[in-house]
Write a protein that binds this ligand. Structure first.
Ligand SMILES: *Cc1c(COP(=O)(O)O)cnc(C)c1O
Length: 362
């Protein structure tokens, strides 16, 4: 690859489109005649206001976000959202969570600090290798919201059909699938995504929230930064935002628009994932761990028959010039994260490598 870059299969922070990195590099010393880098610029300046406005406008057109939804750029990464969702939306009722793996478990644990939580479905019985049937959940009348992690980054599952939330507010953590396929925003009350998986640099989340869910009656001890209304009322500028991340994400939004939008991304992602899954399904050495109909297009976990062999493959991939293929420490094995920015050639090269490894070791 150009610049001696590697095919980086990291789950996050992860690859960004090369063209976007080149644009950023070209602007880093002097952003469009402003005499300074975006890193050095006042967030109150006109030139920065244009950057954040354009980023929001491009995201709105990419996803077709309806006018009654706010787009917020909030610092702190995904983990802050586990708390913010519950602090803002769990009132006197019960929050219903679908437990599908590592990230929904963390969300559940955090929400329990703020009120009643009910796990309405789980795939724990089979090591989170599938998405449970959510067509007829037992949702109590006083349910404040139904929460899912739409793509479990570590376990490699994805919802291909949204739960039947029975008229209650649906909340989705889309961190590791954000902008990977078209999304009908009005199916949700709130969507959030940590941007370092499929968009830009770490340290920020995008939150898309239906206006009527902004809450005027939060506990008086709620920190001002953790109130969605603070960000909605100030155009994500209550304090200094993550200017750099917003700028980089804006570049990616524009890049996606220029390259056919989310339908084109979905098409590419389906093709890319099929190259890898088809090989894994035919292989005598490797096994994809997730049930076919629930497989993620973004994160592909797979194993050999033994932990020793897994480690040997990981080592060999490194020698061959691939990076970050080790599975998450909580599940072991291997995992290839193949987000929007991973070129098809990267997946093809990985499959060619795995094939050769298999031929040599079986
Ligand atoms: C990475 C990730 C998170 C947590 O993000 P941080 O920015 O590291 O806090 C939450 N949910 C999902 C689905 C993730 O992939």
């Amino acid at each position: 690859m150009k610049y001696g870059r590697t095919f980086n299969f990291s789950a996050g922070p992860a690859m960004m489109p090369e063209e976007v990195l080149e644009e950023i590099a070209a602007e880093v010393m002097n952003y469009r005649g402003s005499g300074m880098s975006v890193m050095e610029m006042s967030h109150r300046s006109k030139v920065y206001q244009e950057i954040i406005d354009q980023a929001e406008a491009d995201l709105r057109s990419l996803m077709g976000i309806p006018e009654n939804y706010k787009v917020l750029f909030i610092q702190g990464g995904g983990t802050v959202q586990f708390a913010m969702v519950a602090m803002n939306l769990l009132k006197d009722g019960v929050a219903c969570y679908v437990e599908t793996g590592a990230w929904s478990k963390k969300a559940i644990a955090e929400a329990k600090k703020f009120g009643d939580v009910k796990v309405v479905a789980s795939s724990k019985d089979e090591n989170f290798s599938y998405v449970p049937d959510c067509s007829d959940l037992d949702i109590p009348e006083n349910c404040d919201y139904v929460y899912i992690c739409e793509n479990e980054t570590i376990n490699g599952t994805t919802f291909n059909k949204l739960p039947n939330a029975k008229g209650k507010v649906l909340i989705s953590d889309q961190s590791s699938m954000f902008l990977s396929r078209p999304c009908n925003v009005s199916d949700y009350g709130l969507i959030w995504a940590g941007v370092q998986k499929n968009v830009g640099p770490a340290g920020m989340s995008v939150v898309i929230i239906r206006e009527d869910l902004l809450n005027d009656n939060l506990a008086p001890t709620t920190p001002v930064y953790l109130d969605y209304k603070t960000h909605a009322d100030s155009g994500s500028m209550y304090n200094t935002p993550n200017c750099w991340a917003i700028y980089c994400c804006g570049k990616v939004f524009a890049y996606l628009l220029k390259n056919g939008g989310l339908s084109a991304m979905e098409q590419r992602n389906i093709e890319k994932a099929a190259i890898l899954y088809d090989y894994l399904d035919a292989s005598k050495l490797f096994t994809a761990t997730v049930r076919k109909e629930d497989r993620s297009l973004m994160n592909v976990p797979f194993v050999t028959p033994s932990a020793e062999q897994d480690a040997d493959v990981v080592k060999a991939t490194k020698t061959a010039g691939f990076d970050n293929l080790k599975g998450h420490k909580s599940v072991g094995g291997l995992r290839a994260s193949i987000y929007n920015a991973m070129p098809k050639e990267g997946v093809e090269a990985l499959v060619a490598f795995l094939k050769q490894y298999e031929a040599e070791h079986c």
